[in-house]
Design a protein around this ligand. Structure first.
Ligand code: KG4
Ligand code: ZN
Length: 358
């Protein structure tokens, strides 16, 4: 497979990110601007604000990432979906104009394919690892929680949450306690000092599916507990025992929900490797439990460096680099944002492997 030096652009949510990878998938340069503090006061991402901030940040991030790269890119990869439509459009039009202006090939990347590629990147500047044949991969973020079967030609979703995403449930429970957005990293830190067995929380199973899972009942039970026990944790003081126990119990329940289908998926698909990606894959308890389960199953596990779990452009560049080598490309005059998750670009998610511009 001939791989090209690739510029990646990511603007699907509240992170504006640009990165350049060399032909071996080494991260040569990265520039990222997080909008978390702009959205924090609203307790979640405000789409209009996100688009505006992407517009402001992209030009200087591009300059910075391109100046720090050893040589100019030969391919442009951009997240085209799923995500916020206005936010995606900023990245897509910027990438298309850049590719068109420099006569470079352009490839549209599915944001979830990008997360799936992230465990194979080296955060210390080494070449990207190649993917073994059958990878059982969890993507758990603020917008998605699904298990996939992946190989170098594409991926297939095996099961998913039916309601909230795991990251979203961390964010909502943190918000109910008065903790800042995004809640996941804060909950992770506080939960370390609590008792995960202290608060009884449900792990609901669905009546109509062996594998799909759900977070809304668990999240509502945690929020109810917070209200009934008048718990609060804002204001910069160290949270008291009751808050720490609730968060440790909640975190454990989320992790158990995410890992509930694992044994059955391993039995059915006989993977060679387990991976996890997406913002929630930064979670200490999830990383520990996944490693424990992989050891028990005799399987290898590959987790991205924490900074590559959340949205970043290196993973977009890597997914685009591999997709382009499989024959995928996009017409810069026609490429549009595809905000819905159902979108499957040609050659990805196990569809056709050659040709096809979007
Ligand atoms: O992948 P990501 O950056 O954006 C989406 O594509 O959604 O994921 C962000 C999500 C947020 O909900 C955030 O609270 C969660 O990932 N998150 C965590 C941790 N770090 C980020 N959740 C649990 N534990 C963490 N350490
Ligand atoms: Zn993401």
């Amino acid at each position: 497979m001939t791989l090209l030096r690739t510029l990646g652009i990511e603007t699907s949510c509240d992170e504006t990110a640009v990165a350049v990878l060399d032909a071996d998938g080494r991260i040569e340069s990265e520039a990222i601007a997080s909008q978390a503090s702009s959205h924090a006061r609203y307790g979640g991402v405000v789409p209009e604000l996100a688009s505006r901030e992407h517009l402001q940040a992209l030009p200087w991030l591009m300059d910075r990432a391109l100046a720090a790269a050893a040589r100019p890119p030969e391919l442009v990869a951009v997240t085209a979906g799923p995500g916020l439509v206005g936010a995606l459009l900023v990245g897509v039009r910027y990438a298309a104009a850049f590719a068109w202006g420099r006569s470079l090939p352009l490839v549209a990347v599915d944001h979830l394919e990008a997360h799936l590629a992230s465990p194979f990147l080296d955060s210390d500047g080494g070449p990207a690892a190649s993917m073994p044949e059958r990878v059982l991969a969890l993507v758990a973020s603020g917008g998605h929680s699904s298990w996939y079967l992946v190989d170098e030609t594409g991926s297939r979703r095996l099961c998913r949450t039916r309601d909230d995403a795991a990251g979203e449930s961390f964010d909502k429970v943190a918000q109910a306690l008065g903790l800042p957005y995004p809640g996941g990293p804060v909950v992770d830190r506080i939960a370390r000092t609590g008792d995960p067995g202290a608060v009884p929380l449900p792990r609901p199973r669905l009546a109509d599916s062996r594998l799909d899972f759900s977070f809304s009942g668990l999240k509502s039970a945690a929020v109810r507990w917070i209200r009934e026990h008048s718990l609060a944790a804002g204001g910069g003081v160290e949270p008291d025992r009751a808050v720490r126990d609730l968060l440790a119990s909640f975190e454990r329940a989320v992790v158990e929900q995410l890992l509930a289908p694992l044994d059955e998926l391993v039995d059915e698909h006989r993977p060679l490797l387990l991976t996890a990606s997406g913002g929630v894959a930064a979670n200490t308890e999830l990383r520990r439990r996944l490693q424990e389960r992989a050891d028990a199953l005799g399987l290898g596990v590959r987790l991205p460096a924490r900074r590559l779990t959340t949205d970043n452009a290196a993973m977009v560049a890597r997914a685009g680099q591999l997709a382009h080598a499989r024959g995928c490309w996009s017409d810069p005059r026609r490429l549009d944002a595809r905000p819905r998750e159902a979108w499957q670009p040609p050659g990805m998610r196990g569809l056709s492997t050659t040709g096809g511009g979007v």
